[in-house]
Design a protein around this ligand. Structure first.
Ligand SMILES: Cc1ncc(COP(=O)(O)O)c(C=O)c1O
Length: 418
């Protein structure tokens, strides 16, 4: 073995390892810091503790081995699935698969649709996927991996999906259309019923990406908010992805792919009989999956119950309202629509957006960058209402400062959290 590649020559003490780790973590940003306005998904210290304890109890368990080694994990999966079926008005024939994250849920949906098309529409040579401009980038990645042609809209009228453009883009090779509830760049729910009707008319799969909104929109509606229809109550919706590890408040990675009809699962799984260790069947993209995330999802859902989520979402909506007020009160900033979900974007016309984000960063804030148009994207948790006013003040001074600074070369990435 060639030991020159960064191996420490001898074992180190536990103390030394963690001293070095803490040194490395010094510049890290606390995930639940109040000034963290990126995708942090904080449900409260009590919720985080429950999730952590459940996670730790299963930290060494592989969810692949639930039959023979960890039957408790099957129970967690079955029970959380029953809860999400209720959340999305799933029909009795529905099925669900727990995955490692939104990306896996989406890849799996696309793989299932592709294999259904292979079986039922063999005349299609190169299958096509029609997505709004704002669909999450993993759709691009999944198309790349699965040999599917991506047809992505070039515009987002009113920051929602381009229904007319998508209708036009559907052809005899289209196997799937997508809408998001809501998409990452804007936070406004796509017109799901209109899109699903087009898909239904063409007998193609319609996927709803509710990875962000899945644990927010149903509760917001129950609280009296006007939420566009987006779940299985909409005819034509074939599948939904929803992330426990976002506003479900589980630790990463835990998500679910729901299918309207369990019969579609025949196209989801993969099996082989040639493996020298026995027959192999998997209905996930991932192989080994840590049981910790699913245990944390189950524990948090039991702990909070419907009423607990309702109260968190009530506070989240109130927080978003306070932020809307701050943006609307600023003479320079303009909301890109009034988002129904937990996040929203705003633009500041005459200011370089990279400079602005960097100036917010020096004031202790972390936020996301939007590029169509140049914008700031804030992803809120329920506790953020208490710092909305401070954000408004800092935003105004960061804008003033940016006006006196030279614009930056965007390729230089003055600001990026990736
Ligand atoms: C709308 C949307 N869909 C899907 C995903 C992918 O989720 P994950 O990061 O869990 O793979 C994200 C991630 O932020 C998202 O915002």
């Amino acid at each position: 073995m060639n030991k020159t590649f960064n191996w420490t020559a001898s074992s180190q003490s536990r103390e030394k390892v963690f001293i070095e780790m803490d040194k490395l973590r010094k510049k890290d940003f606390d995930w639940h810091d109040l000034q963290n306005l990126t995708a942090s998904y904080f449900g409260g210290h009590d919720v985080a503790e429950i999730a952590k304890e459940a996670f730790c109890r299963h930290i060494g368990d592989n969810a692949v081995h639930q039959k023979g080694l960890h039957p408790s994990v099957s129970t967690y999966e079955r029970e959380v699935l029953e809860m999400v079926f209720g959340l999305f008005n799933a029909p009795n024939e529905a099925s669900g698969t727990i995955t490692t994250g939104g990306s896996e849920s989406i890849m799996l949906a696309l793989k299932t649709a592709r294999d259904q098309a292979r079986a039922e529409k063999p005349e299609i040579n190169v299958p096509e996927l029609v997505v709004p401009q704002s669909a999450y980038a993993v759709f691009n990645k999944a198309c790349h991996l699965l040999g599917i042609k991506l047809v992505q809209m070039s515009e987002s009228p009113d920051f929602r999906a381009d229904v007319a453009g998508m209708k036009e883009a559907v052809n005899e090779n289209t196997i799937m259309m997508v809408g998001s509830a809501p998409p990452f760049p804007y936070g406004l729910v796509d017109p799901i019923p209109e899109l699903a009707a087009i898909a239904k008319a063409h007998k193609i799969w319609f996927h709803v990406d509710a990875c962000i909104g899945g644990f927010v929109l149903p509760f917001a509606r129950d609280l009296g908010e006007v939420i566009p229809d987006f779940d299985f109550s909409v005819e034509g919706v074939t599948s939904i992805s929803c992330d426990f590890h976002k506003y479900g408040y589980a630790y990463r990675g835990c998500s679910v792919l729901l299918l309207r009809n369990a019969e579609l699962e025949q196209y989801q799984g993969f099996s082989t009989e040639t493996w020298p260790a026995g027959d192999y069947y998997s209905k996930n993209v991932a192989g080994s999956r840590n049981s910790g995330p699913i245990a944390s999802a189950w524990a948090v859902m039991k702990y909070l119950g419907y009423e607990g989520y309702l109260e968190i979402i009530r506070q989240l909506i109130a927080s978003r309202q306070k932020f809307f007020q701050q943006i609307e009160a600023s003479k320079s900033a303009q909301l890109l629509g009034r988002a129904e979900g937990p996040h929203f974007a705003f633009t500041v016309g005459d200011v370089d957006i990279h400079r602005l984000l960097a100036n917010l960063m020096t004031r202790g804030w972390r936020a996301n960058l939007g590029t169509k148009p140049d914008s700031v994207l804030l992803m809120l948790s329920h506790h953020h209402g208490q710092i909305a006013e401070k954000f408004g003040q800092d935003l105004n001074s960061a804008i003033e400062e940016a006006r006196s600074q030279a614009p930056v070369d965007h390729d230089a990435q003055v600001y990026s959290i990736y």
